[in-house]
Design a protein around this ligand. Structure first.
Ligand code: ASP
Length: 431
């Protein structure tokens, strides 16, 4: 039903585009999608908290450690590969040249001014929030303000403030520690473990109800986006090679590399697994957010028979930090922008891209276009103008959906990887 809905969404969007609907009509078209997205997002906080705490409190410390280390190993291998692949495809295809920038009429801008190191520290500031309730709706962000000194001179100083949006990283870290402590304490903390377990069961059932709205919500989101995009063909022509490069890289990562790593680690058929993820992939295409797709990904993994003790712990963490699609995109887009500025990158700069693209993917929130925002980290490190991000803005609505799908494919295969490679430990733990 969702698949048929997506086709309908594209047709409705395509037909209505010709009628040039007013902005009000565009909002009406997207209204069911807006509600669907809200419902999914509302599930994210209770789902993450309940699943991590109940998952970890069921495991003994040793097993959690093993699952965790396998997951981290998988994240490191796949993210590193995504970044290297991105660098290779963009260097071979070389989609960027300075005339594109001229044609798009972008003024020379300033270099981005928040140093990558500060952004990196923000990651840790968010991981350890000072107030866990506040972390459920706002996150830390450092910015620079102009301060006037006593002698009248001005200087830029960093200030740490809050911006809207759930600090998922902080919530995850808090819940991981809580789950581990509950399991360590044992009988005395059992009521708390039961509470989170019950919450998990209830939220999972609520997600099942919401999923019935997918075949209406997802096409509505897609049709709305198609109506909002202006100059589809003009930007398509100019950025066509860039889009092709990213799509090719993402396709290789999702259809060859990840399945291969999964197969090597588990000896299971990865394509059978991918087929079972259909609904989650479609939700990612529709919502462009791995957080909003999280409830659906959970459901798909349960149906695929992945041990809930693995999914509950590994999936939310993966959705937050493991973003293969975004990592590949950060590398490709930053080198594309460098090419448009007529810059040939040295080996040192390529190493810089690899490191910062990895950090930028870890730091990106699981919400639409987050990767575009954290691209600034890579551009800053390369000394490129911050407002060059606007050059690729026109195609981000499309590429953002694709990279989100690759992100969730990576997270889901990661759960499968941990499940099959820790089967013995899990059996032992259950006994
Ligand atoms: N939207 C992506 C996600 O949720 C992040 C990104 O923009 O790259 O996974």
């Amino acid at each position: 039903m969702t698949m048929a809905g997506i086709v309908m969404g594209v047709i409705i969007g395509g037909v209505l585009r010709n009628l040039e609907p007013s902005p009000d009509v565009v909002r009406y078209v997207g209204f069911p999608g807006e509600l669907f997205m809200n419902m999914l997002k509302a599930m994210v906080l209770p789902l993450i908290a309940a699943s991590i705490v109940s998952g970890l409190s069921q495991l003994d410390g040793k097993t959690s450690g093993r699952l965790g280390s396998r997951a981290v190993m998988y994240y490191v291998i796949t993210t590193t590969h995504a970044v290297i692949l991105g660098i290779i495809v963009v260097s071979i295809i070389h989609p960027g040249d300075p005339t594109i920038k001229q044609k798009m009429g972008l003024e020379e801008g300033e270099t981005a001014n928040v140093p990558a190191a500060q952004k990196f520290l923000d990651l840790f500031r968010n991981a350890f929030p000072e107030n866990i309730l506040r972390a459920t709706f706002s996150q830390v962000q450092t910015s620079y303000i102009n301060r006037v000194n006593s002698n009248g001179t001005r200087r830029l100083v960093p200030v740490t403030g809050y911006i809207n949006g759930m600090n998922v990283l902080g919530v995850i870290v808090f819940c991981i520690v809580m789950g581990l402590v509950i399991s360590k304490i044992g009988a005395e903390a059992k009521p708390l473990a039961n509470l989170f377990h019950a919450l998990d069961v209830v939220i999972t059932r609520m997600v099942m109800i919401i999923m019935w709205l997918g075949p209406i919500g997802i096409p509505s989101l897609i049709a709305q986006k198609m109506l909002e995009v202006t100059d589809l063909w003009a930007t398509g022509r100019m950025l066509g090679w860039f889009v092709f490069t990213v799509v090719l890289g993402l396709a290789i990562q999702a259809l060859i590399t990840l399945p291969l790593i999964y197969f090597v680690g588990t000896r299971q058929n990865p394509y059978k697994f991918l087929r079972g993820l259909g609904q989650a992939i479609m939700t990612a295409l529709g919502t462009s957010s791995s957080a909003a797709s999280l409830p659906v990904t959970f459901r798909c993994l349960n149906k695929l028979g992945i041990d809930p003790r693995v999914t509950k712990f590994v999936l939310p963490v993966g959705a937050m930090v493991n973003m293969d699609g975004t990592a590949l995109y950060e590398a490709t887009a930053s080198i594309f922008i460098a090419q448009m500025n007529g810059l040939d990158l040295s080996i040192g700069q390529i190493v810089t891209v690899s490191i910062t693209a990895t950090l930028a993917s870890i730091g990106a929130a699981s919400i639409p276009s987050a990767g575009l925002v954290t691209l600034l980290i890579v551009l800053t490190a390369l000394g490129l103008p911050a407002n060059d991000v606007s050059l690729i803005f026109a195609v981000d609505w499309f590429l953002g959906r694709l990279r989100t799908s690759v992100n969730i494919i990576g997270d889901a295969l990661g759960c499968g990887f941990v499940h099959y490679s820790c089967e013995d430990y899990l059996k032992e733990d259950a006994e």
